[in-house]
Design a protein around this ligand. Structure first.
Ligand code: ATP
Length: 318
């Protein structure tokens, strides 16, 4: 089994051609395929790995554009089409201080309507890794579809990877987000979080927070540190893997590129849920796997956009 299977939201982000304005002041937007799990699938495929994205789009022009974008990146697009809602869209802007503003249109968007019974066994059977996030946990029926597929993939022997990727404006409250995001830690073998997310979820620093997450079930917690790389924490180890210095121009997609690089490495090395903990306790393995993931993340920041800025294997090794 070598396929990285990602499930969740797939939408069109409308991004300004220039940065530095509040969303209310942006005069014109450009379309960009978005959705964190879709970006991760694209990152794996651009590196030459096998990846599949499972999600739902509207039977409309934007759904068609997203299918084309995934296929051009080399992702197997396992997309369910619906007439019940339109393909999701969101408007994004990047302010002077680097903070992003979001305006979501999700009442509902097609991706939120994915149902468990629409996910065929043949979409999960060959999974080396099953990866999901928290945006698809905000509402039913997509929430149950995401969690059922995680349980099915786990039963089939896949590593379950979880990137909470907190998007607070999508949740009814911060408490609701925290509670729901934390509730599914026991399903995951591997969790990727940023330092800010550890603070938000647990009110703790990276090491203490990661130890609390590990106690809930995962074998390893990866804390991303922006330009400083990442920290890989298991019950008995804490390994810092230094970042790759670059001149960053747009950090959109860096976290997803990083996750794609990490999952590509796990799948191509044939690492299983059983061997994951031992593998990530080893400093040499960590240096190779996360040095690679850090380079993917770093290169992604040197170009604009998410999917268009993801590197090929030659660029990462070059
Ligand atoms: P996101 O902001 O995309 O939701 P995140 O918070 O996990 O995700 P970061 O920690 O900013 O993202 O970045 C993920 C990874 O990308 C880092 O661990 C690092 O490897 C790489 N990276 C990000 N920013 C830089 C940078 N300025 N220079 C070098 N590498 C970077």
């Amino acid at each position: 089994k070598r396929t990285v299977v990602c499930l969740g939201e797939l939408l069109i982000d409308f991004v300004p051609e220039t940065n530095g304005q509040a969303l209310a002041d942006v005069p014109a937007f450009k379309r960009a395929a978005g959705g964190a799990p879709a970006n991760v699938a694209a990152a794996v495929a651009k590196l030459g790995g096998a990846s599949r994205f499972i999600g739902k789009v509207g039977r409309d022009a934007f759904g068609e554009h997203l299918r084309q974008t995934l296929e051009e990146a080399g992702v197997e697009a396992a997309l369910v089409e619906t007439d019940e809602a339109r393909t999701g869209i969101a408007f994004v802007s990047l302010r002077e201080d680097g903070e992003r503003d979001f305006l979501f249109y999700r009442s509902p968007a097609a991706d939120m309507l994915l149902r468990s019974e629409e996910i065929g066994d043949d979409w999960l059977n060959d999974a080396a890794v099953y990866h999901f996030g928290s945006v698809s946990l905000v509402a039913e029926p997509c929430r149950s579809a995401t969690l059922d597929a995680a349980r099915r993939a786990r039963g089939l022997g896949a590593i379950v990877s979880y990137d909470p990727n907190v998007r607070l404006p999508l949740w009814p409250s911060a408490d609701a987000a925290r509670k729901e995001i934390m509730a599914h830690m026991p399903l995951a073998d591997l969790v990727k979080v940023s330092e800010e997310e550890v603070e938000f979820l647990l009110g703790k620093g990276s090491l203490e927070g990661a130890r609390e997450l590990l106690a809930m079930g995962p074998s390893a917690i990866v804390v991303t540190l922006g330009p400083n790389g990442c920290r890989v924490i298991t019950a008995t180890s804490d390994i810092h893997v230094a970042g790759t210095p670059v001149a960053a121009v747009d950090t959109t997609g860096a976290g997803d590129g990083f996750v794609g690089g990490m999952l590509y490495q796990l799948a191509s090395r044939g690492i299983s849920a059983e061997t994951l903990g031992d593998t990530l306790r080893d400093p040499v393995n960590c240096g190779e796997i996360f040095g690679f993931a850090n380079r993917v993340g770093a290169i992604t920041t040197t170009r604009r956009g998410a999917i268009p800025s993801l590197p090929t294997l030659a660029e990462v090794n070059g």
